[in-house]
Design a protein around this ligand. Structure first.
Ligand SMILES: *Cc1c(COP(=O)(O)O)cnc(C)c1O
Length: 459
């Protein structure tokens, strides 16, 4: 019988994360202090983040960073995750491509986010912190962080994007079940939140507003650290367990991917699955294509500008060198809440500049159409975010079929959509629409980005 799922034993779970920064020919530009415009060091970052993650963030030397044994032990609760050959999906598409997916939806929290929540809370506990805070969009990161905080006896306070809270009420219930407190953002509980509400009383919230509020809480509460579920280098680092496992599992399947695809919010599941394979492009001359699938309504990778910009709406974070639509960009209310972020990570942004990868824009309806085909074939209802990766995989599979090629496609199924059924219901009822955005809207929004001469900084 042909093999469908490829599984690693617990003792084959990776012992080290892969830090692509060490192997990149051009390193990411440094994050800058917004007041002095000087490059930040790990000490600056550790006012907000725990020390170990601050160090990992700026580490451009060590390609392999050991996963603490206590973290590996927690990984065994749900890892390895299956690599699956999508035979039924291939059949439904009538494609000549071989399609594999790495299924990060199998843990009870429902997405890949737990892979970074565990080590972040572990390091906070080690360093004597008692509280953690964060933002969450769709609620996946908040759910993962709430559980990880509980594992290590930390108190968690989560700011959830208001519109997502309304769209996905069960996610706040999940966070509360794990013992976290949850506030809709913008809220009246922080200065940043109050300012935003004063300017725009009907602000639906964004990851940017929620980050501002969480950072404010972290910097005004003793022994409280801010944690981030995406965008930053150390988050993508933790997520490389995905790609490192997938590398071994593809070997079990006797294939190597021609194309690796993931959906893109801030880049953590993309980096997680892509970087371990990309190291072979950088070091061994492999020619795998890497595709990040972003929503058409939030097209920072394909239509954003490479600039120093803030990671949050209020401008509390360091200035980050990245492809951005402007830190106060208000994305349309698409159901893929986790992809509604204005910028890309620093590593990803440099990799795009150096042509190691590229983005594609997926309209909301195309992503749901793709998810429906996938669900009906494989029996898994994907997260609306993951639907973007599936849509991009379908585009690539069609190309392969037209060219009569047996292309090997690997994509990351970043989460399941079982708590997103209102979104599916709207799609099935014909109530969803596409949102596109004009060049002049993008240009207008970029006017507020601090102006720097990138060439000057690169010298
Ligand atoms: C958060 C989330 C994303 C987007 O975040 P990345 O950091 O870009 O991976 C994608 N899929 C799911 C299921 C998510 O929860």
């Amino acid at each position: 019988m042909r093999q469908k799922r490829f599984i690693l034993q617990e003792n084959e779970i990776p012992t080290h994360w892969y830090n692509i920064q060490a192997d990149m020919p051009n390193k990411p530009l440094p994050p800058l202090n917004p007041a002095t415009h000087k490059p930040l060091d790990a000490d600056d970052l550790s006012h907000i983040f725990n020390k170990e993650c601050s160090k990992q963030e700026l580490d451009i030397e060590h390609a392999w960073i050991e996963i603490p044994e206590e973290v590996r032990e927690k990984y065994t609760y749900y890892r390895s995750t299956p690599l699956v050959r999508a035979y039924a999906f291939e059949e439904a598409l009538g494609t000549s491509a071989h399609i594999y997916f790495k299924n990060e939806s199998t843990n009870p929290l429902g997405s890949h986010k737990i892979n970074s929540a565990i080590p972040q809370c572990y390091y906070c506990k080690q360093e004597g912190d008692t509280n953690v805070t964060t933002e969450t969009g769709a609620g996946q990161w908040g759910a993962a962080l709430s559980y990880a905080a509980k594992l290590y006896g930390l108190e968690a306070a989560v700011y959830q994007v208001k519109i997502s809270m309304q769209q996905k009420p069960y996610r706040s219930a999940i966070m509360r079940t794990f013992g976290a407190t949850v506030e809709g953002s913008p809220s009246m509980s922080t200065r940043a939140g109050k300012d935003i509400i004063t300017r725009d009383p009907n602000h639906p919230g964004s990851l940017g507003t929620a980050i501002s509020e969480a950072i404010e809480l972290a910097t005004t509460t003793p022994n409280c650290k801010y944690t981030l579920g995406s965008v930053l280098n150390h988050v993508a680092l933790h997520q490389t367990v995905i790609g490192l496992e997938a590398e071994k599992q593809m070997e079990m399947a006797g294939e190597y991917p021609d194309t690796v695809i993931a959906c893109f919010g801030g880049g953590s599941n993309f980096g997680g699955i892509a970087f371990p394979f990309m190291r072979h492009n950088i070091k061994d001359g492999k020619r795998t294509e890497f595709i990040a699938a972003e929503p058409e309504s939030c097209p920072k990778l394909t239509r954003g500008k490479f600039e120093y910009d803030f990671g949050d709406e209020a401008g509390y974070t360091p200035l980050l060198p990245m492809f951005t639509l402007g830190h106060d960009f208000k994305p349309a209310n698409i159901h893929a809440g986790g992809l509604r972020y204005h910028g890309a990570g620093m590593i990803i942004s440099q990799l795009i500049r150096d042509n190691y990868m590229h983005g594609v824009d997926i309209p909301q309806l195309e992503s749901f159409e793709a998810s429906m085909i996938f669900a009906r074939a494989e029996g898994i209802i994907p997260a609306p975010e993951s639907g973007h990766a599936i849509a991009a995989a379908i585009r690539e599979a069609k190309k392969a079929t037209e060219e009569g090629k047996e292309k090997v496609i690997l994509f990351c199924l970043s989460g399941h959509g079982l708590i997103d059924m209102t979104a599916y219901e709207s799609y099935i009822n014909g109530d969803l629409q596409n949102y596109s955005i004009t060049d002049s809207e993008i240009e207008k929004n970029l006017e507020d980005v601090p102006q720097f001469d990138i060439n000057e900084i690169e010298k």
